[in-house]
Write a protein that binds this ligand. Structure first.
Ligand SMILES: NC(=O)c1ccc[n+]([C@@H]2O[C@H](COP(=O)([O-])OP(=O)(O)OC[C@H]3O[C@@H](n4cnc5c(N)ncnc54)[C@H](OP(=O)(O)O)[C@@H]3O)[C@@H](O)[C@H]2O)c1
Ligand SMILES: [Zn+2]
Length: 338
């Protein structure tokens, strides 16, 4: 089978198609014929050599977390799946025995990690991480959900927002950003989204963003967002200077949930503003498999229509990463098998 592997950690030109043996399932596992796998900034960090997760001596490396496809084989002990079943993978990997695995939520698992390997024609996965896909949810749409939409869903819950609240979403046009705006819309939460691109913001408004502000300079964004209103909460996947910006803008007692560091892995914050304003800063990673099942249900019910900017054949996976790196897309980029 073919896989799109990272053969060098030098950016999109480090992606190459390699031949691999078709995997066989061990007990408790299933093999999925991949139909679609979306890419995430997480994969780009690895490809750019900006992630501690993959050492250059471990190459080639096949990433790909968000797998949707059809079961082709199951290992011993797997009784609730059979070849031909349409499925979506929850990429969470957990120990199953720690306090958080026992009591929940599972994404706090002390050994939490993520599945990688979906940018290939076949993927060998833990069978109990597969979610059945209803007939009316296609594989490309399903493949948008596991990382971006699941993370956004969990962040919105942790932000404790309710209908009528105002949510600030800096960088609202990528995978997590668009997912946040769309899910907030489902909840009746009003949003202010930012981007460097006027055309992407026009599209974002059509997708449900209540307010948009163009710009990347936090000092220029501050008065523009303040003119719109005082956010009750912030979903922050950018980090860097957007952290202090969001905290300053947010109301007293508000909550900022952080999941990423696209604009910087460290942030300087105004400590007196934090404590005098009784503000909360909350870290968040992924969500639970039960959350992902709810998202599949939302899509099946027609309440959520995830945004796919472009699809790419496996052989053009390098172009998908170049598109993400060049900030040309809105929503998700999905690799599909021919
Ligand atoms: N902890 C978790 O579980 C988890 C899960 C998912 C994602 N994440 C993290 O969340 C972040 C977003 O992931 P994603 O897959 O949604 O990424 P993405 O699709 O590439 O996000 C693109 C968005 O980020 C903005 N952006 C890109 N580079 C920027 C920069 N240098 N300064 C300011 N804005 C910038 C873009 O703005 P323009 O419109 O201006 O181009 C766009 O709105 C990443 O840091 C990722 O690692 C974490
Ligand atoms: Zn655990």
């Amino acid at each position: 089978m073919r896989a799109a592997a990272f053969t060098e950690l030098t950016g999109p030109d480090g992606v190459n198609i390699v031949e691999r043996p078709t995997p066989e399932p061990d007990p408790g596992e299933a093999v999925v014929d991949v139909e679609a796998c979306s890419i995430n900034r997480h994969d780009l960090w690895i490809l750019d050599g900006d992630s501690a997760m993959v050492d250059p001596s471990d190459l080639p490396f096949v990433t790909g977390l968000d797998v949707a496809g059809v079961v082709s084989a199951v290992g011993d002990g797997v009784t609730d799946l059979e070849p031909g079943d349409r499925v979506l993978l929850c990429p969470n990997q957990t120990c199953g025995t720690c306090r958080f695995c026992r009591e929940g939520p599972e994404n706090l698992c002390e050994s939490f990690s993520l599945y990688h390997g979906g940018l290939a024609e076949s993927a060998r996965v833990d069978a109990d991480r597969l979610i059945p896909l209803p007939d009316d949810v296609d594989a490309t749409t399903a493949a948008t959900l596991p990382t971006a939409y699941l993370t956004a869903y969990h962040m919105l819950r942790r932000a404790d927002v309710e209908a009528g609240d105002l949510l600030f979403v800096p960088g609202a046009t990528g995978g997590v950003g668009v997912a946040t705006v769309q899910l907030a819309d489902v909840l009746g939460v009003r949003t202010v989204g930012t981007s460097s691109s006027a055309s992407k913001l026009d599209r974002l408004a059509e997708l449900g963003a209540d307010h948009t502000v163009r710009g990347t300079d936090p000092d220029a964004l501050r008065p523009a967002v303040a003119d719109i209103g005082t956010p009750d909460a912030v979903v922050n996947h950018l980090g860097g200077p957007y952290t202090d910006l969001g905290l300053n803008l947010m109301r007293r007692g508000g909550r900022m949930v952080i999941c990423g560091r696209t604009a910087g892995g460290t942030s300087e914050i105004d400590i007196p503003d934090l404590f005098l304003g009784h503000k909360h800063v909350v870290g968040s990673t992924m969500g639970t498999q039960a959350d992902l099942e709810r998202l599949v249900d939302l899509v099946a019910a027609g309440d959520l229509d995830p945004v796919v900017d472009q699809t790419f054949p496996l052989a053009a996976t390098d172009e998908a990463f170049a598109t993400m790196k060049d900030r040309e897309s809105l929503g998700k980029l999905v690799v599909t098998m021919d």
